[in-house]
Design a protein around this ligand. Structure first.
Ligand code: SF4
Length: 423
């Protein structure tokens, strides 16, 4: 048994409280079990426990075996001074407080219903993607909504954590951090590091200064990507190459090693060449794109910028040295929605948190609500169980549920798990 289960049992009072006595025969009346402590120190704070008719107010510590009190060195830690009750599955060593007083202990091993433990083990031993799939009957809407919203917030926190790290590295300059974060996502998984490096070594200010010269901006980005070092003959390539040579010398630029770019096993629409061309087009259309996004423009205005058309060269190329049949050179709907979901919403969310401005977090949630739901194998599995998937807000919530609760099997921390276990 895991301690998390015992926490769950205590938190929700799922044991026979009337028959509980202290290990030394003390009469125990649980008036209030306290609230969980997510920081260091005792597991539950501010509990109200009547012991032999006297009311005690203090903390509760939980262990599978009482000897863990010593293994965790609580007997020497004065943060545990105010512990009034030790809740254990098995009492194998009486616990003493740092002050030397014996700690009143209750043993739960005979007071937890077998059926509850059976249900918990069934979830723990189940290795399906969604461990409760077999036992979930009908999910009460309130629990589903609560869990999806909680999971969505976890996911937004996790995504924005990387942005906040970039922000630290970039001296709190939101525009620069946003630019790097945006480029990283544009590289998808395969070229995300390379795209991030490209953004790091190509100052946004240099692009902004030259925004009125499309070929110069293309030259800066492709040149810094290390892609203008080949003897390719076409005129567009030669123009960019010549321009970059000049800019490189003038601005002391050092390009990336082109071997970092990956093209293998990718759909041509995701080739880094096309992504860099699209980035260039976006920055030419709206040269203060990243600071403008922090003004919370309408989603349709952002979309209009994201679908900016790169140089006509890219209409018939995915690569510099090979012509292709004509194709769309700008971003498609799916890519645009992906950027809004995975970049713009997390940035607004993070900005709102840092500046304590709810309108940004509200805008992030509204934006997700207005975007189409993502559809993948994982989400379809949740849908089959009755989870709603009407918008990106739902799909992001479902992915968060999987990432933070179902995969690590945190069913005892999940509102749905609580319903299943206590039914
Ligand atoms: S975490 Fe919640 S939704 Fe996921 S398997 Fe456990 S009970 Fe089900």
């Amino acid at each position: 048994m895991e301690e998390a289960f015992l926490h769950f049992v205590w938190q929700h009072g799922l044991f026979d409280q009337l028959r509980c006595r202290g290990t030394h025969g003390e009469l125990i009346e649980i008036v209030n079990r306290g609230y969980p402590n997510f920081d260091s120190g005792p597991d539950f704070l501010d509990a109200h426990i009547r012991i032999n008719s006297q009311l005690w107010i203090g903390n509760v510590e939980i262990h599978i075996h009482s000897a863990e009190w010593y293994q965790h060195r609580h007997h020497k830690d004065f943060a545990y001074d105010n512990t009034i009750l030790h809740v254990v599955l098995t009492d194998n060593d009486p616990a003493f407080l740092p002050t030397g007083t014996r700690l009143v202990t209750i043993e739960l091993k005979d007071h937890i219903p077998r059926s509850l433990y059976g249900k918990y083990e069934a979830l723990r031993q189940n290795f399906l993607t969604i461990p409760c799939s077999n036992v979930i009957q009908k999910i009460p809407q309130s629990e589903t909504e609560e869990m999806m919203e909680t999971s969505l917030l976890y996911r937004l926190h996790r995504k924005s954590a990387y942005l906040l790290e970039l922000l630290k590295q970039m001296d709190n300059d939101w525009q620069k951090a946003f630019y790097v974060f945006f480029c990283r996502y544009l590289g998808f998984k395969v070229n995300s590091d390379a795209m991030e490096n490209l953004a790091r070594i190509t100052p946004i200010s240099l692009i902004q200064k030259n925004r009125d010269q499309p070929e110069l901006v293309d030259a800066l980005l492709f040149g810094q990507a290390g892609m203008l070092q080949y003897p390719i003959k076409n005129q567009y390539y030669q123009t960019l190459r010549k321009e970059y040579q000049y800019q490189k010398h003038k601005n002391n630029l050092v390009p990336l090693n082109p071997v970092i770019w990956k093209f293998l096993r990718m759909r041509p629409v995701n080739f880094p060449t096309l992504k860099i061309a699209q980035l260039s087009a976006i920055l030419q259309t709206n040269y203060h794109f990243f600071s403008w996004l922090l003004d919370i423009p309408e989603p349709r205005e952002i979309k209009a910028v994201l679908i900016s058309r790169p140089s006509a060269f890219w209409k018939t190329h995915y690569h510099f040295n090979k012509k292709s049949a004509p194709h769309a050179e700008n971003m498609g709907n799916q890519s645009v929605n992906g950027l809004l979901t995975n970049v713009v919403a997390p940035v607004w969310f993070a900005y709102g948190r840092v500046h304590h401005q709810n309108r940004y977090s509200d805008a992030a949630l509204q934006l997700l609500h207005s975007l189409p739901a993502e559809n993948n194998k994982l989400i379809r599995q949740y849908s089959l169980l009755g989870f709603p998937n009407q918008s990106a807000r739902d799909s992001q919530g479902l992915m968060g549920l999987s990432e933070f609760f179902c995969i690590p099997k945190k069913c005892t921390n999940c509102a749905i798990g609580k319903c299943i276990l206590s039914a």
